[in-house]
Design a protein around this ligand. Structure first.
Ligand code: PEP
Length: 254
């Protein structure tokens, strides 16, 4: 036992109305509550945060957001701040998801600011890192991961990194149905822990939770969760179906 509580996080992306969110939570909470060994977090779109927050009350399921802006308030049309998310009941927030980086031009420097802002608002950032298909093909995976991890955590203290969550999400595995192998997920997770240890010290790295994300589903979840340095999963497509997601959570039962 390494003392790290597995985290299964659902990233709904831009899916589900408030009514659909309520229906999902009603089903999942009946299955998830009996498994306190693992932590479950649902990251709905901003518009469904309230509905999910009401639905999970008393269930032990945590609420997360999919993004935040680094300023607390001001003239930033369309943006949402950490304190606003905290007020909505969020405990977690995804930061630096590859879709933010690829589709919306988010830079690593932006990600570092957002990670800082999340902590300042009392939210635990789930910092997403991962290489593209081209970067993998040209042997740059390790360099990319190093940049994402070290620059993404550049504004955090060692104590904060010890409570951070990092999700290794190879971009080529996201939404493709072609996950990394569990060995690859373990190898990169160990690399991430080693990088954190080198910068912040081994005791800090030992507390850091590292998730794997990229085409995780009920059929392969246990294999990823069985890896020594993989402490959970960030689940996109398969988290939209309550039965499938419940099975993924159940796979974390030790
Ligand atoms: C994601 O977008 O974080 C993700 C892991 O997606 P999927 O599970 O659909 O690959």
């Amino acid at each position: 036992m390494n003392g790290r509580r597995p985290l299964l996080a659902a990233n709904w992306k831009m899916n589900k109305t408030r009514a659909q969110a309520r229906n999902f939570v009603e089903i999942v909470r009946q299955v998830v509550s009996p498994f306190p060994q693992a932590e479950t977090c649902i990251c709905p779109p901003f518009t469904a945060l309230g509905a999910v927050n009401e639905g999970i009350r008393g269930s032990g399921i945590a609420l997360g957001a999919q993004d935040l802006y680094w300023e607390k308030e001001g003239a930033y049309t369309g943006e949402i701040s950490g304190p606003m998310l905290a007020e909505c009941g969020c405990e977690y927030v995804l930061v630096g998801h590859s879709e933010r980086r690829q589709l919306f031009g988010e830079t690593i420097a932006d990600t570092a600011r957002k990670t800082r802002a999340a902590w300042d608002a009392g939210l635990v950032p789930i910092l997403c890192v991962g290489e593209s298909f081209e970067q993998r093909r040209s042997g740059e995976t390790e360099r990319v991961i190093e940049t994402h991890v070290l620059e993404g955590t550049a504004k955090l203290s060692a104590g904060e990194v010890g409570k951070l969550v990092i999700a290794y999400e190879p971009i080529w595995a996201i939404g493709t149905g072609l996950p990394a192998t569990s060995e690859e997920a373990q190898r990169i997770s160990a690399l991430i822990r080693g990088l954190a240890g080198g910068r912040f010290g081994d005791p800090v790295a030992a507390g850091l939770r590292i998730l794997y994300g990229g085409s995780v589903k009920a059929a392969n979840a246990a294999e990823f969760l069985g890896q020594a340095d993989v402490d959970g999963a960030l689940v996109g497509g398969a988290s939209l179906d309550p039965t499938e997601f419940s099975k993924i959570v159940a796979a974390a039962k030790v």
